[in-house]
Design a protein around this ligand. Structure first.
Ligand code: FAD
Length: 377
């Protein structure tokens, strides 16, 4: 019987299993993950909850075998009927300071649940120190504040997350932490103990210490098999690795010549493409990259890639807050946009970026000109 062995049941591994079921695959599908019933990562830093993708019956109904094993040396497929898919994701980077092991990292549901419990019990008396003000650190800091904790957020940069949101919106979002009652510190952490964090020669008392300073791809299994890696498993446009019948999907991958996109929707697109490779059906077309982030009252969606932008132009709302930050390259073409509470506007933005539109700056700034009309200018 034909088979697909999937290592890792994050959104990439799970979505591949679902796509295969939807496409009518009639071989055996095995999802291996030591974390058990597959669940979604984004809620971990926002509501600190475990949200399963599907109930156990769903997997049974579709004859998907769940194995809660960490597979270190999977056998390579021996026939053209069989596939091995690496969907092993990432691991958070550890701080390189004495006592780093005292800081929690938010990557698993068990840690998120433990933090939620501590925050619920301690409520207003709890002091949380968060190290790293990127997407996950910022979201957790806002969530901890929502739980009623006193929160200190430490960043080693004056303006964190500007590569994600562009500088202007990154500044506004960072300032929102202060408005939300979070103490912001710029500096390097010197050491950590069970209940303290030392930064800029100040000792902070803490009940909860969280570190969120980035991730590294889990390439160990791939390397052992002889799969080529370089800041991720290198894959072609069909998610094929350099080994026959071995595919890779999700955050663990990178396309040669591109930076690694480690976002939820990108992982799902990888899974859709891998499913079409296995089913030998036409490849799904990728869309312009998209991701979202929620903190305090803001829901932000980012389309395109701010690392390709040379400068940005802002559109403000009636409260003088940034509604859209447009990223443009040196020819004035739209390459990225970060939108606050956008509704359908992200889809329109995707089209504008995909068509390489170059609207004039006063139109971009004018909130009375709809995004659809920008496509005409
Ligand atoms: C806290 C948090 C919040 C996020 N919020 C957002 C957001 O708001 N918006 C957004 O766009 N993206 C967000 N992301 C990113 C998004 O969730 C990831 O892009 C996505 O989870 C990647 O999925 P993945 O399946 O590739 O990897 P992962 O989710 O990392 O899953 C990999 C799985 O592989 C398993 N595994 C590893 N090695 C083995 C092995 N040898 N054998 C078996 N199993 C193995 C692991 O246990 C893990 O379950 C967030 C990520 C985190 C951690």
């Amino acid at each position: 019987m034909a088979s697909v062995q999937i290592l890792g049941a994050g959104v990439a591994g799970f979505a591949l299993a679902r796509e295969l079921v939807q496409a009518g695959y009639d071989g055996q599908i095995v999802l291996n993950d030591p974390q058990g019933l597959p669940y979604d990562r984004p809620p971990l830093s926002k509501s600190l909850e475990r949200v399963p993708f599907a109930p156990p019956q769903w997997f049974a109904q579709h004859s998907i075998e769940l194995r809660d094993e960490l597979i270190e040396t999977p056998p390579l497929p021996t026939s053209k009927e069989d596939w091995l898919v690496l969907a092993t994701g990432t691991t958070p980077l550890a701080l390189n300071v004495p006592g780093a092991e005292n800081a929690k990292v938010i990557h698993t549901a068990s840690v998120a649940e433990e933090l939620a419990q501590k925050l619920s019990f301690g409520a207003f008396g709890t002091h949380a120190v968060v190290i790293g003000a990127g997407l996950i650190g910022a979201e957790f800091a806002a969530a901890a504040r929502q739980f009623g904790a006193t929160v200190t957020l430490i960043s080693n940069q004056e303006l964190p997350a500007q590569k994600a949101f562009g500088p202007a919106l990154a500044r506004q979002l960072h300032e929102d932490h202060r408005i939300g009652g979070i103490r912001l510190i710029t500096g390097q952490v010197q050491n950590i103990t069970e209940h303290t964090v030392r930064v800029n020669d100040e000792e902070l008392e803490a009940d909860i210490i969280v570190s969120a300073i980035g991730v590294t791809p889990n390439v160990q299994v791939a390397q052992q098999l002889g799969v080529r890696t370089d800041d991720g498993i290198l894959v072609d446009q069909h998610q094929r690795t350099n080994l026959p019948q071995v595919l890779a999907v999700g955050d663990v991958t990178r396309h040669p010549g591109e930076r690694a996109y480690r976002h939820w929707e990108h992982a799902i697109e990888d899974a859709q493409i891998a499913a079409s490779t296995i089913m030998a059906t036409p490849t799904v077309q990728r869309q312009t990259p998209w991701f979202w982030s929620d903190r305090h009252e803001s829901h932000i969606e980012v389309v395109g890639d701010f690392s390709r932008a040379k400068y940005s132009v802002e559109r403000l709302n009636w409260q003088e807050r940034i509604q859209i930050s447009f990223g443009l390259n040196d020819q004035g073409q739209l390459v990225a946009a970060a939108l606050a509470d956008p509704g359908q506007d992200s889809d329109i933005m995707r089209e504008l970026i995909a068509h390489g539109r170059s609207p004039n700056h006063s139109d971009l700034q004018n909130p009375r000109i709809s995004l659809r009309d920008l496509g005409q200018s």
